[in-house]
Design a protein around this ligand. Sequence first.
Ligand code: F6R
Length: 258
Amino acid sequence: MDVIITDESSIGDLVADDIAALLQQKPHAVLGLATGSSPLRIYDSVATRVARGELSLAQARGFTLDEYVGLPDGHPSQYRTVIDNDFVSRVDFAPGAVRAPRGNAADLGQACHDYEAAIRAAGGIDLQILGIGTDGHIAFNEPGSSLASRTRVKTLAEQTRRDNARFFDGDVAAVPIHCLTQGLGTIMEARHIVLVGTGLGKAEAIHQLVEGPVSALWPATVLQHHPHVTVLVDDAAASRLQLADYFRYTYAHRYLVQ
Ligand code: F6R
């Protein structure tokens, strides 16, 4: 696991550099797209490069991580709408190239099965962008999730519903109780995982993710078993890391391929 402690404003460009390098080598790469606040600077940086003609996602595909159950299409807080507004509409993906779990399907179990099949048919995810919840969730795999879980219906923790009320005009009661989410086992199949965490509120979750025992109590800790994870955090989110000095040292002395 590579841990990069840097200022929040650099994170977007650093991850966009990784995406650009991937697309140069593999124009039809498959990106895993998180919603929420954490990836916004990444999406801004990628959109700027596309607008300047430096980068194209015309052959790429994308899969979002999760979706609320029961929100109608076009609802401003539906993750499908959010990713369209925050990213897809600002870049040059081909129509239909970005998929999201169907949280308003009549048969949610079938929707989960279809989503797993679509990811497999696309050849798997090359680069997965993740945020992290204050309770250590990734996607919507709340504490107690099976470390081998697949895409399924989950019940959101009350903490997550409180955290996400800001996307529902501050009304916790308006945040759906259920969601569809890629499982931890699904996420672990991505070839490269890039997790972004900023702010003091994420400090404990980042400490557990990087330094805690692997446990369903902190679902993100499963990433310790993945061979290629990059964690990007600001000073506040890194403030509980016991190895912070070592991570700063390793990044300052990183080996650059000539
Ligand atoms: C969103 C997602 C969630 C968020 C997490 C952090 O698709 O899967 O796990 O990444 O809740 O949210 P933010 O980035 O808004 O703090």
